[in-house]
Design a binder for this molecule. Structure first.
Ligand code: MF3
Ligand code: CO
Length: 249
């Protein structure tokens, strides 16, 4: 399938979707403390979405049961919120959320430290977030898709971290997942030419150890095979004539 180009009016709508999603993340953030359960975060997100009249992009997606993915420590992505999963000092937690507003999707993930993280955890979060920011700067007209991929890979592998292969970023718009797929690894100078009106969910998923992951028997929760920590940051980014426009900031 082709990469869909959004009009300026459509990007405006996606901007509103992204703003709502940002508000959901901001409502959840204060609850990321030791003693809170991941279900507490889920409930706060669901309440905020209802107040904003933003629909969940995740709940019901292939049967996924929640509005958030809450992935703690060695969980990479798609951790399911649970009242018995209680955060502890030193944990890291990725909170991934997607909404639909006026027919347009946005998708955004942040990984937080609970209390005082280990030096390894802190570095993993900092490097992964920095790789997302550098990748966003590659989302410019005339560039190539895998410039984005290579930027993440180079920055994270330079620190000895493992780049997850099984999950990738994606185009986004009237669907959560549009073409193209956007791996977090690749060869600079290759891939489709980037054009104004493309909108991408850029989402490095980076392990402190080896890149391999496995899916638990619940069919969703994905963890690192070696038990190492994993971080995930994601923004929905429009490519405009003036450069990258982060819709979920
Ligand atoms: N943010 C994820 C993605 O980019 C979606 C989570 S899967 C879901 O694909 F089931 F929770 F929706
Ligand atoms: Co995504």
């Amino acid at each position: 399938m082709a990469i869909l180009i959004k009009t300026d009016a459509e990007i405006q709508k996606m901007r509103r979707s992204g703003e709502a999603l940002r508000e959901v993340h901001e409502a959840v953030r204060p609850l990321v403390v030791a003693g809170a359960s991941t279900m507490d975060l889920e409930n706060a997100a669901a309440a905020k979405m209802e107040a904003l009249k933003a629909e969940s992009a995740f709940k019901g997606y292939h049967g996924y049961p929640a509005v958030l993915c809450t992935s703690v420590n060695s969980e990479v992505v798609h951790g399911i919120p649970s009242a018995t999963r209680v955060l502890q000092d030193g944990d890291i937690i990725s909170i991934d959320c997607g909404v639909i507003v006026d027919g347009f999707y946005s998708d955004c993930a942040v990984t937080y430290a609970v209390g005082s993280p280990s030096p390894t955890a802190r570095k993993l979060l900092d490097v992964t977030q920095a790789s997302l920011e550098a990748a966003i700067q590659q989302a410019v007209p005339g560039g190539r898709l895998f410039d984005i991929s290579a930027t993440v890979q180079e920055m994270c592998e330079a620190e000895g971290f493992g780049v997850v292969r099984e999950f990738v970023g994606h185009g986004i718009g009237r669907s959560m997942h549009e073409d193209p797929q956007l791996p977090n690894f690749g060869v600079r100078g290759r891939g489709p030419r980037l054009k104004p009106g493309m909108v991408l969910a850029i989402e490095p998923m980076i392990n402190a150890g080896a890149p391999e992951v496995k899916v638990l028997p619940d069919g969703w929760t994905t963890i690192t095979q070696d038990g190492s920590l994993s971080a995930h940051f994601e923004h929905t980014v429009a490519i405009t004539r003036d450069g990258p426009l982060v819709l979920t900031r």
